[in-house]
Design a protein around this ligand. Structure first.
Ligand code: NOJ
Length: 480
């Protein structure tokens, strides 16, 4: 099996950790309890411009605000080593700024953290998973340079409230999705279409925000709490469609993964040179007088460089890239690939899921890990999300097969390629609000019944499989 020689080769290294994830807006609901502030998703989903499927909102979602005990119980049933969840910035800081902390918000996260720890489950916390306080959006959000300081102030509050018990931190989830979906595609809230400028400003200030928050932890908390801080990148593994597309694939990887990784994880810091060159050319082509990529000063390069304790990433799927010819249909026209004069495709043999962007290509995760090691060295790699979309139903063989195949590739990366992967996180613990897709697609190990006011959760076949994976430390286990 897998070309690995002995049975012990089929198990993950001792101490390897398995977890599952959710995010505040996707599960909590209780959007306006007590003094909670409005987030950009509250604002957008309630407004006339909402393009969310079926006009769904996260107002109730899985009601985890009230069902937190059940959530902990599910994490315990699975035998999770850790549970990754996010803090809602406007729930904790109703005004966005740090001068007012919500007692109610604080109490909610304290209950969740303490309840997990009582069951021996470590909390892994994301500070920002897409739900910006609307008050800060009104001041420009991620395109305002000052957000780096606002975010660092928020981070300081979180670290000081929960840092005694939480040892694994992610500052920002999926920067590329935040900037590109909002400004380049123009549809995620605040849905500001500004592909020339907005997206690039966001690119820079999100990196500055991460870096400042990391430094807050490093300088003020690390010595007493000994935790680790990084961010969760969104990685889409890109391969050349033909031999002549190899350079294109290299540039596309630098423009996507590299854009948010090179400034933090490379030795020299700053933007990847290939990205600088590509944006320079693109800006010229668009008739702009200078590159739209905001430069970093030397001081900023130093500030951002090295702000990590591990490399965290979400990976689901991959694409092929090919130079655009007249007859190619571009399914993803609002991407970096289009800017490079290329199109993204999927191979026919890759399996399908129930969302259009997610096809099943398990080798992608191993190849991606090798790319990371080659570009950024022998770091600790933490898989912060991986998972599969299906329709409803408890018999989710497709999800079981997805996990089995991706986990096998992770194991090969560890054993054959000697890459230090230490954590694997399934997305998601339960079905939840899938952003622009609303409740129409399901990612959960547990199914959530949205017609039930209690939002009853029921384990799927994949939950049984994953519990067996954790128990036996191997992917090659039954789902009964
Ligand atoms: C990544 C995001 O972090 C998460 O919020 C989302 O639900 C999953 N991918 C699935 O699309």
């Amino acid at each position: 099996l897998l070309g690995l020689s002995s049975a012990s080769d089929l198990t993950f290294p001792p101490g390897f950790k398995f977890g599952a994830a959710t995010a505040a807006y996707q599960v909590e609901g209780a959007w306006n309890v007590s003094d909670k502030g409005e987030s950009i998703w509250d604002h957008y989903s309630h407004g006339p411009r909402s393009m969310i499927l079926n006009h769904d909102t996260g107002d109730v979602a899985c009601d985890s605000y009230n069902n937190w005990e059940r959530d902990i119980e599910m994490a315990a049933e699975l035998g999770l080593h850790y549970y990754r969840f996010s803090i809602s910035w406007p729930r904790l800081l109703p005004k966005g700024f740090d001068y007012k902390i919500s007692e109610d918000g604080k109490a909610y996260y304290n209950k969740l953290i303490d309840g997990l720890l009582q069951k021996g489950i470590e909390p892994m916390i994301t500070l920002y998973h897409f739900d910006l306080p609307q008050s800060l959006q009104d001041l420009g959000g991620w395109t305002n340079p000052l957000i780096a300081d606002w975010f660092a102030d928020y981070a300081r509050v979180v670290f000081s409230l929960f840092g005694d018990r939480v040892k694994m931190w992610l500052t920002i989830n999926e920067p590329i999705v935040i900037c590109d979906m909002t400004y380049k595609a123009g549809y995620n809230p605040p849905a500001i279409y500004s592909p020339y400028f907005g997206a690039y400003l966001c690119n820079k200030y999100i990196l500055m925000a991460h870096a400042k928050a990391w430094r807050v932890y490093d300088e003020e908390f690390k010595a007493k709490y000994h935790g680790k801080v990084s961010l969760a990148q969104h990685l889409l593994w890109i391969e050349p469609a033909t031999d002549s597309d190899k350079d294109l694939a290299d540039i596309a990887m630098q423009a996507s993964a590299g854009r948010y990784s090179h400034p933090i994880f490379s030795e020299e810091g700053g933007w990847p040179p290939a990205l600088e060159k590509a944006v320079e050319e693109l800006s010229k082509k668009r008739g702009l007088l200078k590159s739209v990529l905001p430069p970093f000063t030397q001081e900023e390069i130093e500030l951002v460089k090295g702000t990590h304790d591990f490399y965290g990433f979400n990976l689901y799927t991959s694409r092929l890239i090919k130079a655009k010819t007249e007859d190619t249909v571009d399914r993803w026209p609002q991407t970096d690939a289009a800017d490079l004069g290329a199109v993204l495709l999927e191979a026919n043999e890759w399996g399908k899921s129930s969302v259009n962007w997610l096809s099943v290509h398990p080798e992608a995760i191993r190849r991606q890990l090798n790319w990371l090691k080659k570009n950024y060295g022998d770091l600790e790699y933490v898989i912060t999300e991986n998972g599969m979309a299906t329709s409803s139903g408890l018999q989710d063989e497709d999800r079981v097969n997805y996990y089995k195949k991706y986990l096998a590739q992770v194991l090969l990366a560890i054993k054959e390629d000697v890459i230090n992967v230490t954590h694997y996180t399934a997305w998601s613990l339960m079905d939840n609000f899938e952003w622009m897709y609303g409740y129409s697609v399901r990612f959960g190990l547990y199914e959530v019944d949205y017609s039930d006011p209690q939002r009853k959760r029921t384990p799927r076949q994949s939950a049984k499989y994953y519990a067996n994976v954790i128990k036996s430390n191997s992917f090659d286990v039954p789902s009964e």
